[in-house]
Design a protein around this ligand. Structure first.
Ligand code: GYE
Length: 361
């Protein structure tokens, strides 16, 4: 006997409802939710658990947004998103919950590099592929994750330092007259480790006077504290290397409140600020205004990249283990049109009032 559409729908809802009750009765509340998701509409959705480390910067918000817009219901996904609020323990708890819910893929943006072996072994045992995004994990066995996609943070730092070296040369500024501080990112994160290393190596190579390293945790507030401390302890700093834009904006606030002028004319008392990301509109406007001299781009739009990895895996193909994203250098002045690094030429993208509105982020 043919049933009309509403009756089919009611029977369908009843089946789903009883399945959910059954799951809940077994104590598997979350597992019930996932199988419900997978069966809705008769078409399987791919369930992705994403452990995001926090919301400390504009880069992070853009990254979260990119992931959420790609892993949407319309695109056939169910995204279980967890914000770990900068705590690794929260990330470990989230991953365990994803395993319990039997998600199809786990995506992890790790806060720091170490301490992942146990929980990633658990994911491996459960047979769930783990894709690492943005920062890296330092594990004893690389088979504990499927692959990684993100930026070359050390290269970003080398490029910004090279831009400075070209600029100083052009303006006749001697290496020994460069008194520079590094406001570091979250200690132990790949972005910090790479940027600090790139900075240290280049400062050493050019013989700049490195006055201090201060942790700024990639946040405006921590960077402000760091800059206040630096101003209390040293009176000769003329360049501030910030490991992200939010830090740079904090540093500029502190410098201006202390009566200093931010700019590239360090011979005449200005303080040069350089940074990374290029995602924050206020930071890019500061570049155009000359308050930030150079920004090493750090691209946060990893959603489509992670999705293409998942598509590959779903087809049974093996993605590259490490996938680095190509990035640019941004400046507000055309003083340095391009730089050479490792035998490669990098053109500098110059932003002004007009091109600012063509900003991709
Ligand atoms: O540069 C910073 C964020 O890991 C690439 O983390 C990321 C960095 C980014 O908080 O703004």
């Amino acid at each position: 006997m043919m049933m009309d559409r509403p009756s089919v729908k009611i029977i369908y809802i009843m089946i789903i409802a009883s399945l959910c009750c059954l799951m809940a009765a077994c104590g598997g509340k979350d597992a019930g939710a996932v199988s419900d998701i997978k069966e809705k509409g008769g078409k399987e959705r791919i369930v992705v658990g994403f452990s995001q480390l926090g919301a400390e910067s504009d880069w992070r918000s853009a990254n979260t947004e990119s992931m959420k817009s790609v892993f949407s219901k319309e695109n056939g996904y169910e995204l279980i998103f967890d914000d770990a609020q900068q705590k690794q323990t929260n990330q470990i708890t989230a991953i365990r919950s994803f395993i319990q819910q039997d998600v199809d893929y786990i995506v992890l943006a790790p806060v720091t590099e170490t301490g992942w072996d146990t929980v990633l072994s658990e994911a491996k045992e459960a047979g769930i592929p783990v894709i690492i995004v943005d920062r890296q994990v330092d594990v004893s066995d690389e088979s504990l994750f499927t692959c990684w996609v993100g930026s070359d943070f050390e290269l970003e730092a080398r490029k910004v330092c090279m831009w400075m070296s070209y600029f100083f040369n052009k303006k006749g500024i001697k290496s020994e007259d460069v008194h520079i501080v590094d406001i570091q990112g979250t200690i132990g994160s790949t972005a910090q480790i790479g940027r600090t290393k790139g900075f240290d190596d280049m400062a050493n190579l050019y013989g700049w006077d490195v006055v201090a390293h201060e942790p700024g945790d990639f946040t405006k507030s921590k960077a402000k504290e760091a800059m206040f401390a630096i101003l209390r302890n040293y009176d000769n700093v003329n360049v501030v290397f910030c490991e992200n834009d939010n830090e740079a904006l904090g540093v500029i606030e502190v410098l201006e409140a202390s009566g200093k002028k931010c700019g590239s004319d360090i011979t005449n008392g200005e303080i040069m600020v350089v940074s990374f990301d290029g995602v924050n509109k206020a930071a890019v406007s500061s570049l155009v205004a000359g308050k930030i001299s150079c920004i090493g781009e750090c691209n946060p739009l990893h959603g489509p990249r992670v999705e293409s990895i998942i598509r590959k895996l779903a087809r049974g193909q093996e993605p590259y283990k490490y996938q680095y994203v190509n990035e640019k250098i941004f400046a507000g002045t055309s003083a340095v049109p391009s730089i050479m690094l490792g035998g490669k030429e990098y053109k500098v993208t110059v932003f002004n009032e007009e091109t600012l509105y063509e900003w991709p982020y």
